[in-house]
Design a protein around this ligand. Sequence first.
Ligand code: HEM
Length: 531
Amino acid sequence: MHLITLVQPVYALIQHKLYLLAGLLILALAYWTHAYLTCPFRTQKIPGPFLGKFTNAYRWYHVMRHTWHRDLMDLHKKYGPIVWIAPDEVSVSDPTLRNVIYGFQNHKKDFTFFKKSPSYEAGSINQDFSFIFEQDPEKARLGKYHMSHFYSERGLFNLEENFDKAVEELIEGLDKHHARTGAPCKMVDWTEFFALDLVAQITADQSAGFCLAGKDINDTAYGARVIIRAVGVLTPMPWVLSVTSRAIRQNFLLRFLINLYRNLLLLPTFTFDTGMEDLKALKEKNPKHLLAKFYNAQSRMREHYPHGNQAEGTTIQIFNLIAGALGVVPHCQVRLIQELAAHPEVVQKIREELATTNNTLNFEDFLRYNNRQNKYPILESAVREAVRLTPAASFPLSRKVPPSGCQLHQYNIPPGYNVSMASYQVNYDEGYFGPDVAEFRPERWLGDHPTEMLDGEKRSMKNYLEAGWLTFGAGGRVCIGRNLAMFMMLKFTAALVREFDIQVVKQPVEYYTLMTEMLGMEALLTRRCAV
Ligand code: HEM
């Protein structure tokens, strides 16, 4: 009887769609208002945009306008270094607080360590270890233990031959498709082709042929972009995450993922169910390349991921590599080309540096081992300056406040809430980087900083600047691919300025979803005679 009394009005509500809609809206408003009224940020009067305090829809709207990275900068200009941006999150813009949030694990472990926030679940699509999206710090540490050596400078040094093969194909492709024809070169496409060719080279010692073909074979890069953007759209919406599962997300993205692995590994019939034998054969053929390392790393971590499988566990590492090499590096590279085209004096200096090593960039002339000197300080600084100005992995690095809570300026953030910093507002902090923060000035990375290190040693500018920026994240979850990113950009840029004169005929436009993409830039390339 009671049940019927309850069910009848609900049924009536469902019958009238308008009432149902109004009911849902009232419920949502009641939920948001309750969350707002009980939020400790309110009692402490943390400033922020009114709508952002109420609902995640505010942040999502700005993501969908593809301007969130710049909007966040504006919010900080308006409200100060701590801004309440979403019902359970504050955004922080202060390089001196970087180490509070992104520190290393210490003996107090779970009590003080800021884990990646639950929003990282958006990028988890199978039951295996996915480096970027793993929230458990212990498992991430284990991943780093098994993988960091082959992403180290030394580890990559062993694959220099593969870098050079990818560079050769890049030059051949650019020459054939642009320099000789005079057709404008779509720079972001070419930086992506190079990334795909390079990944195929270092993963399985083979040419995937993107630069030679001068096109996105089978929409491989397009598919990877769809996946990365989909993660960006999902990340600011916690309720979507609670109603989708990894399996749903994987199925939605499956065809793009499989297409990616097929075209990179040159395994045209690859599937997760049937592909393990092919993967094994490929990794056995190339024991020194990354596919073999990925396979070994996932086997060692298997006991922690009992619901996963070897084919997915191995290939998801390729996806992580692609997320960095294809999702991020090309956009930093486009910024660098844009700046070099506008600063011929820097190009001249880079050419002079390259002339000292036979016009070729060699890793051994860059790495500071055996007391060798870096022979490319301007080129290195130009790359650093570009990744500072366009830190393309610009999504807020959201972290869950640990049981210890945390103090950010005058505010006390209780455990369980989220705090985040994003690279754009940190990297453009005038207090830290100086009033010329928005200018491309590679020389800011050279020489010494007036302050000293703790042990009384001189502090280099590089050390000072890297301690403040957030381009590669920081602390225990710092980017594992930062050496690879640097090497990719060094090799690409060295080859480009050696071989071509570049004239930008169309400027890039920033487009944020998860990464800040630099879309639309076109350049005319003229082959240089004097090499
Ligand atoms: C210029 C290029 C790159 C930039 C700006 C960049 C930036 C970042 C940032 C900001 C993070 C921290 C994410 C967080 O804290 O949530 C990160 C993490 C990571 N990056 Fe990169 N990245 C770049 C290139 C690469 C490349 C080429 C790889 C290829 C291996 C890579 C692999 C990773 C991985 C695996 C992580 C997760 C590390 C962890 O959570 O412990 N990145 N990257």
